[in-house]
Design a protein around this ligand. Structure first.
Ligand code: AQP
Length: 332
């Protein structure tokens, strides 16, 4: 079975619709066909200031949401990044292989540091993509299911894997991005030119899966569309409507073409009201399942401990080989 690896940050509490449709939904499908490793990336989370108690709670909350979304511990390896120390260890080796200019070209860093103010951005935020390289290479992943915003980081991963392999001998698998054309970028409901994001979206533009279903329905009903009335998939001319069609199509398993037909001659209100209903149908059981899992933290923690053990077995092997190739003297 080919291997997949991906991660999600425990920064925001609730996952948003972009996280789910862009990434997590694919993780659930891929656990059936791939050797799947998924993690809550808490080391990445501290690249911006975090309250310790909140980080701990959000880490459990992220794991609970992944299980509520459909990950099954017997079909994939689910773990917390900091439970596997090899991530930070390989991260250092990768830092020493990355050019300063190369890291400076990462657009996510440029966006995030600009938003924070250049003086306040940490070195950790700067090397975030390099730690992500280590995350992926440790597991010799063939594919990385992520949203479009991560494409550049996967390219960096391939570059560094190739560089290491050339310099020290074949060690790492070169991973390919697994990004779905349809849902690789879900847009903000209020500003359909920008991606839905926890740090750049306004509350009205961002659909959090753990929001009250009523709140979610309201956000869908007040989504920005255009002054035309025709429901047609056209991301350039009609970005708002197209985003709603993408979401509706994915959540209900109906093709966009079929939806266009269904809404022929109807106004935007009909689409929005059906989508609001589909969203409520999706988030209602998701919220209660997440809560059930959180109500039993011991089971959750022991499941994560088992995942970390499985992950470590793979990660330790890759790290040992890497250290040997680099020329570190083995500890006897
Ligand atoms: N709008 C999106 N459309 C499709 N995929 C998306 N992802 C994020 N936003 C969208 C994908 O979700 C996965 C987890 O990303 P993350 O760990 O970076 O989570 P986040 O920090 O909550 O995501 P944000 O909102 O994108 O954070 P900020 O605002 O900090 O940049 C990834 O696979 C990502 O591609």
């Amino acid at each position: 079975r080919p291997r997949v690896l991906s991660g999600i940050q425990p920064t925001s509490g609730s996952f948003h619709l972009g996280n789910y449709l862009g990434a997590v939904r694919q993780w659930v499908a891929l656990q059936e066909t791939h050797d799947a490793f998924y993690m809550v990336v808490d080391l990445h989370a501290i690249t911006i200031p975090q309250d310790p108690a909140e980080l701990r709670a959000n880490t459990r909350l992220a794991a609970a949401q992944l299980l509520a979304a459909g990950l099954a511990p017997e079909r994939c390896t689910l773990f917390v990044q900091s439970h596997v120390p090899e991530h930070a260890q390989l991260g250092w080796v990768m830092n020493c292989l990355t050019g300063f200019g190369e890291a400076s070209r990462m657009t996510q860093f440029k966006d995030k540091s600009a938003r924070q103010g250049a003086d306040r951005a940490t070195v950790g935020l700067f090397t975030y993509p390099v730690l992500q390289v280590a995350d992926i290479l440790l597991y010799q992943a063939d594919q990385v299911p992520v949203g479009e915003d991560q494409r550049q980081h996967i390219e960096l991963t391939r570059d560094l894997a190739e560089r290491f392999n050339t310099r020290f001998g074949p060690t790492f698998t070169l991973p390919a991005p697994y990004i779905l054309k349809e849902t690789g970028k879900i847009y903000d409901l209020q500003d359909p030119q920008i991606k839905m994001s926890k740090s750049a979206s306004t509350p009205k533009g961002l659909v959090n899966l753990l929001d009250e279903p009523k709140v979610t329905a309201k956000k869908v009903r007040s989504a920005v569309t255009d002054t035309d009335t025709v429901i047609r998939f056209d991301p350039v001319e009609k970005p708002g409507v197209s985003n709603l069609l993408t979401i509706q199509s994915t959540l209900t398993g109906t093709s966009v073409a079929e939806l266009e037909q269904r809404y022929e001659g109807k106004g935007y209100g009909a689409l929005k009201s059906d989508l609001a209903e589909a969203m409520v149908d999706f988030v209602t059981p998701f919220r209660s399942r997440t809560q059930e899992l959180l109500d039993d933290p011991e089971t959750l923690d022991s499941l994560l401990a088992k995942g970390a053990e499985k992950a470590r077995a793979v990660a330790a092997e890759t790290l040992a080989e890497t250290y040997d190739r680099v020329g570190f003297l083995p500890a006897k």
